[in-house]
Write a protein that binds this ligand. Structure first.
Ligand code: SAH
Length: 264
C-alpha cells in the first residue's frame, strides 16, 4: 500500500475499526438493488463493504492522491461498472449529473469540516436520497437528535427522521481526531411535510431563523421584530389558538408548533 500522508485540511481521519464498519453497513440496511453514494471514500474501507451489498456504488473524492489509489484498488469493480469514482468537491457536484437514478442512499464517513453543508445540500436539494447514514462529530449528532430544538435539528427533522445509532470513540480513526464521533441515521427523507401543509420551504426557514434570532428573548418578541411575514398577523391569537405559551422560547417548540404558526 502506498504511503499517503493524511491531510488535515481535507478532514482526513480514516476509519480503522472493522466492527464500526459493520455497524454502518447494518444501519444502512442495503438491499441488492440499492444505489449508494459515498462522500469522501478515502482509502476505500467502507467502499469495499458497500460493494459487497449494493448494486452500484458512486464515490466522490476530492484528494487526487486517493483517486489514484482507489482506481488501482478497485480496478475490477470499475471495469464491471459496479463502481464509479468521481474526482471533485462534493459541494460543487450536481447530483443529477452523476446519478442516473432518483432512488439512492448516502452512506459515508465524511470530512467533518463540511458536515452542515453536506446535510443541507442533500436534504434540501432537488434529488434527495431516501436515507442517509453518516459518521459525524458526536456533539453534532446529539444536537440533531436531542432536545432542546435548534435551527439544525429542525432543519433535519423537517425532511426526515434522525436517529442516533452509536457513539464511535476517537481511537477508531487514524489519525485520531480530537473529538468522538457518532453514527447518525436520517431515514424517510422527503419534502412531503411541505406539500401536505402547502407551505413553502423558504417560508419555513425564514420563520425559524427569525424565531431563533435572539437567544435570550422569548419567541414572540423575536417574531414581532425579525419575521418579515408577520405583518397583519395577530401573533398572540395564533399562539393561543395553537396552545403555544406566550412565554415559549424558540427552542421549546416542536416541528408541529412551527407549522401551526405558518398555517393560515
Ligand atoms: N471514508 C473514509 C475517509 C474519511 S476521511 C474512511 O472512513 O476511512 C474524509 C474523506 O473525505 C477524505 O478521503 C477526504 O479526502 C475526503 N474529502 C474531503 N473534503 C472533500 C470534499 N469537499 N468532497 C469530497 N471529498 C472530500
Amino acid at each position: 500500500m502506498k504511503n499517503i500522508k493524511p491531510k488535515k485540511s481535507l478532514g482526513q481521519n480514516f476509519l480503522k475499526s472493522k466492527e464500526i464498519l459493520d455497524v454502518i453497513i447494518q444501519t444502512a440496511n442495503i438491499k441488492d438493488k440499492d444505489i449508494i453514494l459515498e462522500i469522501g471514500p478515502g482509502k476505500g474501507v467502507l467502499t469495499q463493504k458497500l460493494l459487497e451489498k449494493a448494486k452500484e456504488v458512486i464515490v466522490v473524492e476530492k484528494d487526487n492522491r486517493l483517486i489514484e489509489f482507489l482506481n488501482e484498488k478497485f480496478e475490477n469493480d470499475i471495469k464491471t461498472k459496479k463502481l464509479k469514482i468521481i474526482e471533485g468537491d462534493i459541494l460543487d457536484i450536481d447530483i443529477c449529473e452523476v446519478l442516473d437514478t432518483l432512488q439512492y442512499k448516502i452512506v459515508a464517513n465524511i470530512p467533518y469540516y463540511i458536515t452542515g453543508q453536506i446535510i443541507k445540500k442533500f436534504l434540501s436539494g432537488e434529488n434527495q436520497p431516501s436515507d442517509i447514514v453518516l459518521m459525524v462529530q458526536k456533539e453534532v449528532a446529539e444536537r440533531i437528535v436531542d432536545k432542546p430544538e435548534s435551527i439544525l435539528s429542525l432543519s433535519v427533522k423537517v425532511y426526515g427522521t434522525p436517529k442516533y445509532i452509536k457513539t464511535v470513540k476517537a481511537k477508531h480513526f487514524s489519525p485520531q481526531p480530537k473529538v468522538d464521533s457518532a453514527i447518525l441515521l436520517i431515514k424517510n427523507i422527503s419534502k412531503d411535510i411541505f406539500i401536505e401543509n402547502k407551505i413553502k420551504e423558504s417560508d419555513f426557514f425564514d420563520l425559524i431563523k427569525a424565531g431563533f434570532s435572539h437567544k435570550r428573548k422569548v419567541l414572540i418578541s423575536n417574531l414581532k421584530k425579525e419575521w418579515k411575514n408577520n405583518k397583519n398577523k395577530d401573533l398572540i391569537n395564533i399562539f393561543e389558538k395553537n396552545n403555544i405559551s406566550l412565554k415559549s422560547r424558540a427552542e421549546n417548540l416542536s416541528l408541529e408548533n412551527w407549522f401551526d404558526i405558518l398555517k393560515k
